[in-house]
Design a protein around this ligand. Structure first.
Ligand code: NAD
Length: 342
């Protein structure tokens, strides 16, 4: 199998080359995104491997199909960046459903800890021999209410961590997991009662802008909002207004709805033309990381191994593991032969 990787960084190259010792595929790494302009470079390959900000639209899928690409391997869990309705019957799409829920859950807690205890500010102060602690006041997490929206793999690990801090967890999920020892409630109750709200649901039509002017109105004054899921879950304009009015006390964002142009790249010598992003960066009580919640050694190893294995399964097996299928909306049980029902 010959695989071309788009939007790859050195850490992708390192982890994929290491895991590929067991697969021996031919890998080509490109450091730019898959777009209608760059799609031609997939010519001569069997598979393309893409990441979260490669937006795979219908024209790109059609061209990939014409070029003979049989499988698109997403090296991520989320699949909101692909028009998989267009992909159906043209090209298979696989993803990595779980590589390290700990990585993302721990990063969400890192955002909370940093925002609350302002260690990012303390670090800068003491670096300059400024030992003043004025303005660094936080609050105990112990006994505070934390609202978790989405109690899947990452949400569950995050709940375990929050429980470890002695927090009261309020959870909302469209499909509650009865095996979890957690108090489920409706969204309005979660908004009303939570001191901190952390988002762990996927970006779907129904969850787009779930955090908006109306939901923010229902929240506690001074609420902390954490998003390590997908940027589109929050209406950034409404978040900014909530911060300006001081309704929202702080926000920790690993994702941003218009992140594709900026995240993962160095703009330190450039200008940011996205006014919403620039405004968010300017708040002292907003902490932005650029989609790095997944970035641990363990997660990268699992991403590389599962992705190569997904491609191997496509090559060797009748059924493809971890397929994102438009027809059956099930994962992991799709027939390779498109004519058979999934
Ligand atoms: P998961 O599929 O295991 O869990 C998602 C949960 O959301 C499920 O329990 C599901 O029932 C629930 N859900 C579905 N629709 C909902 C709705 N309308 N309202 C509330 N809950 C709903 O996924 P996961 O592995 O826990 O990942 C969660 C999200 O985290 C992914 O969709 C992805 O976007 C994001 N993610 C981010 C990073 C990062 O680096 N920042 C890395 C991995 C995943």
């Amino acid at each position: 199998m010959k695989i071309v990787f788009y939007d790859s960084k050195q850490y992708d190259i390192d982890s994929f080359e290491k895991e590929n010792r067991d697969f021996n595929y031919k890998l080509k790494f490109l450091d730019f995104k898959l777009t209608i302009e760059t799609v031609e470079l997939a010519k001569g390959y069997d598979a393309v491997c893409v990441f979260v900000n490669d937006i795979i639209t219908e024209p790109i899928i059609t061209r990939l199909h014409e070029l003979g690409i049989k499988i698109i391997a997403l090296r991520c869990a989320g699949y909101n960046n692909i028009d998989f309705k267009s992909a159906f019957n043209k090209v298979h799409v696989v993803r990595v459903p779980s590589y390290s829920p700990y990585a993302v859950a721990e990063h969400a807690m890192a955002l909370i800890m940093t925002l609350n205890r302002k260690t990012h500010k303390a670090y800068n102060r003491t670096k300059e021999s400024n030992f003043n602690i004025g303005g660094l006041m936080g609050f105990d997490l112990y006994k505070k209410n934390i609202g978790v929206i989405g109690t899947g793999k990452i949400g569950q690990k995050f709940i375990d961590i929050a429980n470890g801090f002695g927090m009261n967890v309020l959870a909302y999920d469209k499909f509650p997991n009865t095996n979890l020892k957690v108090t489920y409630c409706d969204l309005d109750t979660l908004y009303r009662e939570s001191d901190i709200i952390s988002l762990h649901c996927p970006l779907l039509k129904e969850t787009e802008h779930i955090i908006n002017r109306d939901s923010i109105k229902k929240m506690k004054d001074g609420v902390m909002i954490i998003n390590t899921s997908r940027g589109g879950l929050i209406d950034a304009k409404d978040l900014i207004n909530g911060l300006k009015s001081r309704k929202i006390g702080s926000a920790g964002l690993d994702v941003y709805e218009e992140e594709a142009e900026y995240f993962f790249e160095d703009f330190s010598n450039d200008m940011i033309s996205d006014d919403k992003l620039a405004r968010l960066i300017s708040f002292p009580n907003v902490l932005i990381t650029s989609h790095q919640a997944f970035l641990t050694n363990e997660a990268l190893k699992n991403i590389a191994n599962t992705t190569l294995n997904n491609i191997k399964n496509f090559k060797d097996k009748e059924y493809i593991d971890n397929e994102v299928c438009y027809q059956c909306k099930q994962f992991g049980k799709c027939s390779k032969d498109e004519k058979k029902p999934c």
